[in-house]
Structure formats: structure tokens, C-alpha cells
Ligand binder design. Sequence first.
Ligand SMILES: [Cu+2]
Length: 252
Amino acid sequence: MILRGAAPLAISLRDWWMPPNAAAHGVAVDRLMRWDVAAMSACFLLANLFLVWLFLRPRRKSSAPSPWRAEFIPLGLLIVLYIVMAATAEHVWARERFEGAVPAALRIEVVGQQFQWYFHYPGIDAAYGQSRPQLISAALGNPIGLDPADRHGKDDIVSSELVLPVNREVDLQLRSLDVIHGLFVPEMRLKQNAVPGASLHVHFTPIREGIYPILCSQVCGSGHARMQAHTRVVSLTVYNAWLATHAKRVGQ
Ligand SMILES: [Cu+2]
């Protein structure tokens, strides 16, 4: 019985932390997470020890607790901690969003729709075809409403899986067709909302081949829990073969 109970406990302890990192910027994110969790755990522990001490300390009849010891000093320490954390924080979140990707980055449009992710590759001409809401029809094989009259859309690929070549920077452009969705790829340390009416960018570099789950991190409706996809990080050769296969399908 003990052994049977110990195995799930070991699994849950192992899974308590984040999954192994597979993105270049993930090292900095993990370092920041470890530091934040350690700092917050220390604050939690100290605050509770202080409370216990207040209960157990010998009481003097006339003395009220000093506001300096109970309020001002802890507040001052918190302010110092906050300033240190802000000054030493990795600026990785802003770097992935506010600084542009390198010109050679692979551009992919991510479209969220209740309850599906679509990944729109611009094709050989590197230009996205026009999308029109009135042309959206998943049943007719046009889930993001690509305009067949637009020549830029002729070579475009729309996929339900995100296939990426390893060690090449990817510039994702996110939009939503209905409500707010959240693109969440835990192994890529990537979480970014897709907002209706907005086109939001985030860029990153996958560094490990493999298949990683993609989730929706915003409760976007009754099918939110099944709004899942996966990203497949492959070698450049496999990626080019995948592109060629899909380009052929478009040409047929
Ligand atoms: Cu969603």
C-alpha cells in the first residue's frame, strides 16, 4: 500500500515545477521564476514566523506593539525587496514583444477561434494572403477566410499544427476571430493573448526538437478545455519537406 501511494506522490513532486525548457529565452524565464518563488516563499515564511512570535511573546501589561516593529520595518523591507527585484528582473518579457524579431525570422500568423488554433504560413512569396470574414468556412477548407482572388494567398499554408525548424527565430503574429484566447506553450515558456481587433507579436527561438502541447490559457467558452494543438519542432530538412508537401496540396 505504501509503495502504491508513493509512486503518484513522486510523480506529482516531479511535475510540480515547469516542464523542461525548449526555447532560447527560457533559461532567463526559469531563472526569474526560481528567484521570484524563493523571494516570495521567504516573505511567506518570515511573515508567519513573525505572527507566531507575536502570539507567543511574553506580554507586558501597558505596552502596545510598536508600529515600527510591526508595520514600518516590515513595510520598508518589502519596499527594498521590490526595488531589488524590479532592478534585477530579466527584461525577457519585453524583449520578446517590444523589440522586433531579426529580419530572417520565420513569420507565422496564429489565428484563434472558438475552439481551434490555426497557423497561417505566408508561403514562398513571404506575404500573407488577404483574409475576409465573409469567406470564413471551416467546412469548405477555408477556416480563416483567405481570399482566393488574392495572389499572395495562393501559396499560403493554413495548418492546425505549428511546425517549426529548430534553432531559427519565429515571429508569431496573433489575432482572434471571436473572443480573447491565450496561446500557451509551456515548454517554450510562451504565453500571449490573441485579442479580437488587435494584431500582437511575440518572437522566440525553439532550441530542442520534439512535440510540445499548445493550450488556450483564457477561458474562452464552453469548449475552452479542448482548444488544444501542438507544436512540432523539427530539423530544417524535415521542415522543408513538410512545407513542400503542403505547398503541393495547395497547387492541386
Ligand atoms: Cu481559447
